[in-house]
Design a protein around this ligand. Structure first.
Ligand code: ADP
Ligand code: MG
Length: 236
């Protein structure tokens, strides 16, 4: 909208970097690899949204985060960029197995995340898979152990943890619980707890939610370590 454009212009005038406010306004100014930048650029992402400005400095620095911002504010890149960067910095490769796990409440949302991951990860040498049910379990099982990043719905992931021979999350570096409020509203609380019990404790965890309910805070207490709390209510 016109108002958004004016706000954006005002924000631009605040500048960035050493002479500005210290806030990072553009992907170009983040401490990220040129591979990620190239992927973002090809997807025409240049400026950060409010939640991305608030979350990325913490998440890229490896901190656990509880991030709340309304639907449509750009939460996906706030966790996909640090996920890809973390594995890149660790020189993660084919033989390193599962490094990052992203849990989403619905198949539809998981597919959207996967599409964004394709863009952010386009120039990286990481493998990624989508585990959302509706497809043949056996077919998923064949490829699952070669994946560095998995985007999953909770029920399907738990099924693979229970049934897929050799499923190994022991090297996991990073967990994302996206749309945590919806995950809980949909009755996946027990599944998510069971999943978390199967993961290494030494990891980075990001929990994103549109709302901050009591059950989201309970899940945060269970899954996050010394988290940074980020809540953005203003226009993204
Ligand atoms: P949320 O998860 O908060 O609901 P999404 O991550 O799905 O929001 O992003 C909403 C929309 O905004 C998507 O279409 C996405 O492509 C777009 N978007 C996200 N970040 C940016 C950005 N930095 N610049 C431009 N568009 C963006
Ligand atoms: Mg989202």
């Amino acid at each position: 909208s016109r108002i958004q454009e004016l706000q954006d212009a005002a924000e631009d005038n605040k500048g960035s970097g050493p002479t500005g406010t210290g806030i990072i306004w553009n992907f170009d100014n983040l401490p990220i690899s040129r591979y990620t930048l190239e992927g973002l650029r090809a997807a025409k992402y240049t400026r950060l949204t409010a939640i991305q400005r608030a979350a990325l400095p913490s998440t890229l620095a490896g901190h656990d985060v509880l991030g709340a911002a309304k639907t449509g504010s750009g939460k996906t890149l706030a966790f996909l960029v640090p996920a890809v960067e973390k594995l890149y910095r660790l020189k993660w490769g084919k033989l390193d197995g599962l490094g990052a796990l992203i849990i989403s409440p619905t198949r539809e949302l998981a597919m959207q995340i996967f599409d964004e991951l394709r863009k952010v990860g386009a120039k990286h040498d990481l493998s990624a898979g989508l585990l959302i049910g509706g497809k043949n379990v056996k077919e998923e099982q064949g490829r699952i152990n070669a994946m560095n990043i998995l985007v999953c719905t909770p029920g399907r992931l738990l099924q693979h943890m229970d049934e897929t021979p050799g499923f190994d999350a022991s090297a996991l570096q990073l967990l994302v619980l996206d749309e945590a409020d919806r995950i809980l509203d949909m009755g996946f609380s027990a599944s998510v707890n069971a999943i978390i019990e199967n993961l290494p404790r030494q990891r980075q965890t990001m929990l994103f939610s549109a709302t901050q309910t009591k059950s989201v805070k309970d899940l945060a207490r269970l899954s996050l370590k010394d988290p940074t709390y980020i809540s953005v209510h203003a226009e993204a």
